[in-house]
Design a protein around this ligand. Structure first.
Ligand code: TXA
Ligand code: MG
Length: 351
C-alpha cells in the first residue's frame, strides 16, 4: 500500500491539507496524526472495519481498547453515557489536554473500539492539527499510539514511518510532539478516581482540579501487577527496544552512579558492548565506556519525558548487547517516566 505523507504546519494548519487528511478518514482509511502527547493512528470511530484494521496493522492484542478523541466537551454525550455533571465540569477545565477519562460507553459507539468492554476511554487532544481533523470529519476518531504494538510510542513522523510505512493510508507530519509521553488515563467509574496510566499532568495538580484524592495502584507505577500477569513475558514488556535494558533506581544520586558504573565495568569485562542512558548532569561520569546517551536534565523532567521514546528507539539502532539506564525521581511527570522505564526494562535493580 502507498502511504501518503502530508506535511501540516502544527500551529497554522493549512485547511486544504486538513481536508485531505479527513477525507481519507471519511473513506475508511487509517491516518497517523500528531497530538500533543505522541502520534496516534486514527480511524473514523463509527467505521468498524477501519477500527479493526487498526488492531491488525499495529499487531495490537484484540483485548486492548482504544482511546476515542473528540474535538469538544459537547461531544461527550455522543461517545459516553451516564456522564456525571462533575465529569463535564472537569472536562471543561482539563480539555483540550493530555488527560483521558474512562467512562461508560455510549450504545452509539461500536464495541470494537472498546475491545468489547462497556466502558470507553475519551480525550480531547490539545493539538491544532488533531482538533482540526476531528472537526472537519465531524465525528470522533479512535486512535491508539501510532507504533507497532510493544514498540516505543512515536514522537515524530519518522518514528511512525519506521513502524507503519506502506501499512496505512497516510501519515501527517507536524514535527515533534510537545510532551513525548502518552496521556494520563483515569478511571472515573469508581467511587474515587483511579489512575490507570500516569502521564504529563502532575498528580497533585490533578487531584486539586478533581477536588479529591486519586488512587494510585502499584501497576500505575509500573510495578506489581505486571509480575503476576498470566503471561508476564508478554504483558511486562512495553515501549521496548529489542536491546536488553537494565534500569537502576536509587534515592541517592551517588549510589545510583556507583551502581551504574560498576555494572558498566562488569558487562565490559564480559566482552559485551554496553551503553548507558543518563541525565545531562551525571553523563560525564560514564565517559570511559562510550555510548553515553543523554536523555535530559534531572532539573527538567519534561525534557527527559520528551526524549524518552526517541532514546529508546535510538538504543536499538546502536546494536549494543546491553544498555543500563538511570532512574529518575518519581515526582510530577517523573511518575510517568518511571512507569515507562520499568515497563521497557528487562531488569530493574534498586540500590
Ligand atoms: O496520549 C495518548 O493517550 C495517545 C494519543 C494518540 O492520544 N494514545 C494512546 O493510546 O496512548 P494507546 O492505545 O496507546 O493507549 C491507550 C491506553 C491503553 O493502556 C489502554 O489499555 C487504555 O488506554 N484504555 C483504553 N480504553 C480503556 C478502557 N475502556 N478501560 C481501561 N483502559 C482503557
Ligand atoms: Mg500505545
Amino acid at each position: 500500500m502507498d502511504t501518503r505523507v502530508i506535511r501540516i504546519d502544527p500551529l497554522h494548519p493549512e485547511q486544504e491539507l486538513i481536508d485531505e487528511a479527513s477525507a481519507i478518514l471519511a473513506r475508511g482509511g487509517l491516518v497517523a496524526i500528531p497530538t500533543e502527547t505522541v502520534y496516534g493512528l486514527a480511524s473514523d470511530t463509527y467505521n468498524v472495519d477501519a477500527v479493526q484494521r487498526i488492531f491488525y496493522v499495529k499487531g495490537r492484542p484484540m483485548d486492548n481498547p482504544l482511546i476515542v478523541h473528540i474535538d469538544s466537551v459537547s461531544r461527550l454525550n455522543e461517545v459516553a453515557t451516564d456522564v456525571h455533571e462533575w465529569v463535564f465540569r472537569l472536562a471543561e477545565r482539563v480539555w483540550p489536554g493530555p488527560i483521558t477519562f474512562i467512562l461508560r460507553r455510549s450504545p452509539a459507539m461500536p464495541k470494537e473500539v472498546s475491545a468489547g468492554l462497556d466502558t470507553i476511554a475519551v480525550r480531547s487532544p490539545a493539538h491544532r492539527v488533531a482538533l482540526s481533523i476531528i472537526e472537519r470529519l465531524d465525528k470522533p476518531i479512535a486512535a491508539p499510539s501510532a507504533n507497532l504494538s510493544g514498540r516505543p510510542s512515536p514522537t515524530n513522523a519518522m518514528h511512525v514511518m519506521k513502524d507503519l510505512m506502506c501499512k496505512i493510508d497516510a501519515i501527517v507530519d507536524s514535527g515533534d510532539t510537545f510532551f513525548g509521553i502518552e496521556s494520563t488515563v483515569i478511571n472515573m467509574l469508581e467511587e474515587r478516581p483511579v489512575l490507570l496510566r500516569p502521564g504529563p499532568i502532575d498528580l497533585d495538580e490533578l487531584s486539586r482540579i478533581l477536588a479529591t484524592d486519586i488512587i494510585v495502584p502499584d501497576y500505575a507505577r509500573g510495578i506489581g501487577y505486571a509480575d503476576t500477569a498470566l503471561s508476564p513475558g508478554i504483558k511486562h514488556r512495553h515501549y521496548s527496544p529489542d536491546t536488553r535494558l537494565v534500569l537502576v533506581e536509587s534515592q541517592s544520586i551517588d549510589m545510583l552512579v556507583e551502581k551504574v558504573s560498576s555494572l558498566l565495568e562488569y558487562y565490559t569485562s564480559k566482552d559485551l558492548s554496553v551503553g548507558v542512558i543518563a541525565s545531562r548532569e551525571t553523563s560525564p561520569l560514564y565517559n570511559n565506556y562510550g555510548n553515553v546517551i543523554v536523555i535530559g536534565s534531572r532539573h527538567d523532567l519534561y525534557e527527559v519525558a520528551k526524549n524518552l521514546f526517541k532514546v529508546l528507539r535510538e538504543v536499538d539502532e546502536r546494536r549494543l548487547d546491553i544498555v543500563v539506564v538511570e532512574g529518575f525521581e518519581e515526582k510530577g511527570i517523573g511518575l510517568a517516566i518511571m512507569n515507562r522505564l520499568r515497563k521497557a526494562s528487562t531488569e530493574v535493580i534498586r540500590v
